[in-house]
Design a protein around this ligand. Sequence first.
Ligand code: SF4
Length: 239
Amino acid sequence: MKQYELDSRNEGIPLNKTAGRFYFEKFINNFSSNKDITKLLFNGTTDNKQSKEIFKRFVCIINLETNAYCNRHCHYCPLNIFERKNNINIDDKLFLKIINELESIQYSSTISLNLYNEPLSDTKIFERIKIIKTRLKNVFLRFNSNGDFLDIATLKKLESCGLDSINITLHTTKINTYNDTNSKEKIDKFYQKLKLDKPQYIITSNKNITSNIQFGTLNMIVNTTNWDLYGNDRGGGGE
Ligand code: SF4
């Protein structure tokens, strides 16, 4: 369990900063003891101001796909069946409308720029990161990526634009099943490609390997997982 998740259980951490897996535990615990929550959620309001207040207090993460394309079709992902091969970008006006509305409530939780897309295939990704971090200064901005389009110049640019965290998942293919030796080599090669010193790996035998470096202000996690063993909760947006 990660520190962020452990901290999330702390009563002093508000709901909108709580990690997903503890969100509903905390929500239910607070629910019976906090009349304020009941009042806000169940007063049948159609009032715009109150709706914004509810959004601000209870939403801990927004998944914002800025394009609808992924170059892979992993066998455990819905994109294996429903391919997204047309690189359709979000309309600029719609993107700005979303940012304007989030700015109007001073949204300050997490935005993740992925769900079923590969964010680094968005040709405007740097511009969008800059806009988000300029307008929503306290937002924690992150995304998951398969790492295929990442090189050192791209990493530098992501950091300078203000991205806070990138989670690289090195996927296994159907015919190339998971094992610790191959997976470790795959992570080694990834760091070599970026000409970065490899950090210490955390290896959970036959389950996953994870590693983490701080690149300036950008945190980069690089991992591989044995999805054949775990299955994959792609409905939860994880990679
Ligand atoms: S798991 Fe990620 S990399 Fe693989 S097809 Fe789905 S979105 Fe693309």
